[in-house]
Design a binder for this molecule. Structure first.
Ligand SMILES: [Zn+2]
Length: 298
């Protein structure tokens, strides 16, 4: 049995086919249309294309940002594709393809991928964190997603814990509230703070090089970022007591996040000496897509 996954991004729909062992059999993508009917048609054509390259029986999983009712297969809210709101995407794809379709939030797919055969493979309780345009997260255990009644993965919209004077004034979040973790730790926020500090736009790729040169404005902003991330991770460890936290999304490529982070987060814990591993995603940008493929198999 092969496992097909689709990842519905704001600009492109990516598709992958994996075998039972996680080996990649096929990969393709198309631009994301704005209209829902066209999105369904593009998804169907991507699946048909993969069937040609990876023939035989398959499962199908679809990952999408936003609020997903997994049981109903419905997209309740999509931040990048307004026409998806309220649509029963899983059911509509099932009708067209004649196969069962699993639909989940992209953070769920990420956590599943890294727990199944990624950075945290073999570990029991794993929380997958996306530090991308926004901040999200989801829990997986032993390579399986842990579903809950609310299907909410909005960890980023909790106020940053252990606030101090260096965190003031609290930034306004896209959700309207003050001081959300996302408002401090999203890729967008880091990018804005860096651009303001050094007076020009810099890319994520450039950032590691600037940090290696210890450019002062860049160091200040990223040191603050790391300090706040440590607080946010310490809160998750306190509540969930996970075996590993896996970081993904554009900001997770920053080497500095992994230097000494266990000790930094440990400073905020009541009991010292935390054993939770803090890991970089194994599959990088592909993790959400691979996790979508695993949705059908797990
Ligand atoms: Zn918020």
């Amino acid at each position: 049995m092969n496992h097909f996954g689709l990842d519905l991004g704001g600009t492109k729909i990516s598709a992958i086919a994996l075998d039972e062992k996680g080996n990649e059999l096929a990969r393709t993508r198309q631009p994301t249309p704005k209209n829902y009917k066209e999105i369904v048609a593009h998804c169907v054509s991507l699946v048909r294309e993969m069937e040609k390259q990876a023939p035989g029986e398959f499962t199908l999983g679809v990952g999408s940002p936003g609020v997903i009712d997994r049981a109903a297969g419905q997209v309740n809210f999509s931040p990048n594709i307004p026409d998806m709101k309220g649509k029963f995407l899983a059911r509509d794809l099932e009708k067209s393809l004649g196969t069962c379709v699993q639909l989940a939030n992209d953070a769920v797919c990420f956590a599943l991928s890294e727990s199944a055969d990624g950075a945290a493979a073999g570990l029991h309780r794993v929380y997958g964190i996306i530090l991308g345009t926004g901040v999200g997260g989801a829990l997986a255990e032993n390579g399986h997603y842990v579903p809950g009644p609310n299907t909410l993965f909005e960890w980023g919209h909790i106020t940053l814990p252990w606030l101090d004077e260096k965190d003031m004034p609290m930034p306004r979040c896209a959700c309207g509230r003050l001081g959300c973790i996302e408002a401090y730790l999203s890729g967008r926020s880091l990018h804005n703070q860096l651009s303001e500090s050094i007076g020009r736009d810099i890319t994520n790729d450039e950032l590691n090089a600037l940090l290696a040169k210890r450019v002062p404005g860049v160091m200040d902003v990223t040191n603050n970022y790391v300090r706040r991330l440590a607080k946010a991770l310490a809160m998750l460890i306190t509540i969930l007591d996970p075996d590993a936290l896996v970081l993904g999304g554009g900001v997770s490529n920053l080497d500095m996040l992994y230097e000494d982070m266990v000790r930094r987060a440990g400073k905020y814990m009541v009991v010292p000496g935390i054993k939770t591993k803090i890991l970089k995603a194994k599959f990088g940008d592909d993790s959400g897509l691979r996790g979508a493929a695993w949705l059908g198999s797990k």
